[in-house]
Design a protein. Structure first.
Length: 257
């Protein structure tokens, strides 16, 4: 899996997903990309084809269990998948609100960030188990290390993805499958462009994609970066809430998305 030749990526029409597609694009590589915007997805496809990769695209809502299963299974029939990157996600927060997030926002975040990951990886696991090899990459976030008042549903959804991936890594090891959890800090993407607060150690998406590719090639269980942010988040989740909560309540809050 150091050099996967058939790769499926969700959320590939922009941001980190598009950067990952471009990072892996090369002659002999076949990419299956999905996203919500047909125009942006086709722009990414043109770019990766120019780099020598074969590329097929599909506008698929990751929340649609039936449609995603049909797409993943069709891709795997066309070319058995070496690597599946469940990257699609949305973000939202509590800026401008005195209380909790509205119920519809919370459910939308979980539907995309958790159900969307499940919809992507479950059919892939079935296909890979039958072959006895394959690699799954679940994109979580450093925000999943500790819930913050500015984005409780986002943090919780990414925590669920993180823990799911960690558990699957062990349970699928004996089946020949590799599983990695990706926990980026701030990456410069359309999702972070809407933030109107300082984002420490923010990095470009292409640099993040290179870090992720190296980590996956080495079969790292958790790919967390940048390391100072990862260390800070680890410390926050290890400290008692009574010490941390007053600090977190003073942090800026993310907008509704």
């Amino acid at each position: 899996m150091a050099h996967p030749s058939t790769i499926l990526i969700t959320g590939a029409s922009s941001g980190l997903g598009a950067a990952l597609a471009q990072e892996y694009a090369a002659p002999g590589v076949r990419l299956f990309l999905s996203g919500r915007s047909a125009d942006r997805l086709e722009a990414v496809a043109r770019h990766v084809r120019a780099l020598g990769a074969a590329c097929e695209t599909a506008v698929v809502d990751v929340c649609d269990t039936t449609a995603v299963r049909a797409w993943v299974e069709a891709c795997d029939r066309a070319a058995p998948l070496d690597l599946v990157i469940a990257n699609a996600g949305i973000s939202a927060g509590t800026a401008g609100r005195d209380g909790a997030e509205p119920a519809e926002q919370v459910r939308a975040v979980f539907a995309t960030n958790v159900d969307g990951v499940l919809n992507t990886i479950l059919p892939a696991i079935e296909a890979m188990e039958a072959r006895g090899h394959g690699q799954l990459a679940l994109v979580a976030s450093l925000a999943g290390y500790r819930g913050v008042p500015g984005a409780p549903s986002y943090c919780a959804s990414k925590a669920a993805v993180k823990v799911l991936g960690e558990g699957l890594r062990g349970s699928l090891h004996g089946k020949g499958l590799r599983v990695s959890v990706i926990c980026p800090g701030y990456v410069r993407t359309p999702m972070t462009d809407v933030n109107d607060f300082p984002m420490p150690l923010i990095m470009d998406a292409d640099r993040a994609a290179r870090i992720i590719r190296r980590g996956l090639a080495r079969n790292r269980g958790r790919i967390s970066f940048p390391w100072p942010m990862a260390a800070a988040m680890w410390l926050l989740q290890a400290l008692p809430p009574a010490w941390v909560d007053p600090l977190l309540r003073r942090l800026p809050r993310k907008g509704a998305g």
